[in-house]
Write a protein that binds this ligand. Sequence first.
Ligand code: UTP
Length: 286
Amino acid sequence: MKNITKAVFPVGGMGTRFLPATKSIPKELLPIIDKPLIQYAVEEAIEAGIETLIFITSASKHAISDHFDPMPDLREKFAKNKPHLAEKLDTLPLHVKRVFVPQGQPLGLGHAVLQAETLIDEDEMFAVILADDFIQSDDNPLKPLIQAAENSQLATISVEQVAQERLSSYGVIAPKTWEKDVTQVSDIVEKPAVADAPSDFGVIGRYVLPHAVFDYLKQTQSDKSGEIQLTDALFSAMKGEGLQAVKLNGQRFDCGSQEGFVLANLHVAMQDEDLKHSINQALRSN
Ligand code: UTP
């Protein structure tokens, strides 16, 4: 098997929860303070050894491509007197390749991932990263997934414990036996009613998948809303070769929701002494 060096970033969703901002700004370019969500996700991937970034995009998302373009003129202008700004313009190391694939229509996360099929070799596993799941952790969240997938060659997903009242917004797994932070999965259900949830471990936006997942996706029927769900293909993978889950070690913010986005900004702001001081002052005066 090849090393895992490709990551798929599905950025073709409509981001309706952030309208009107997402009329012209892709949700993935919304910033946590000064850095867009997609930049955090790409940095995480590169740190984990990814060298090819595959963005599955919609027509209105050319701004994501623009974000990763070098700006040599501006860089040169800043280089002398404002080197800290020059550094901020370096959004992508030179050795990293970018590929943009149009999704055509937003027919769901599973459909988005399927668009990467021709870019992944048959003997290759690949990462999938949802940039709107913003993760703060001392350890890279993707690395343990890559390691577990390389050891087992199984489809591997990231999970975290989710409050009961939120389970019905997640894919939820039934874990077998945990060995440290890794378990085989014996069931996976998309958005279950709380009473039907097989555990409180919800699937979050980090995956490492084998090429076989494309066959499962092609066999997956659209759901009631016309979307092809990645969870259904993961269920097929579980029934076939098997599926394993890795517990997230870190704090995740669902930046696809307004609440998660605001809390993520607050969390990062509180790590900056000046911003922390201003926020505490503002809160005290309220
Ligand atoms: P979401 O359902 O959270 O994103 O999809 P959304 O549809 O953009 O958001 P809302 O619900 O309208 O506010 C999870 C991830 O899958 C991608 C999204 O971009 C997001 O990263 N996605 C979703 C696609 O790439 N294509 C799709 O057809 C659907």
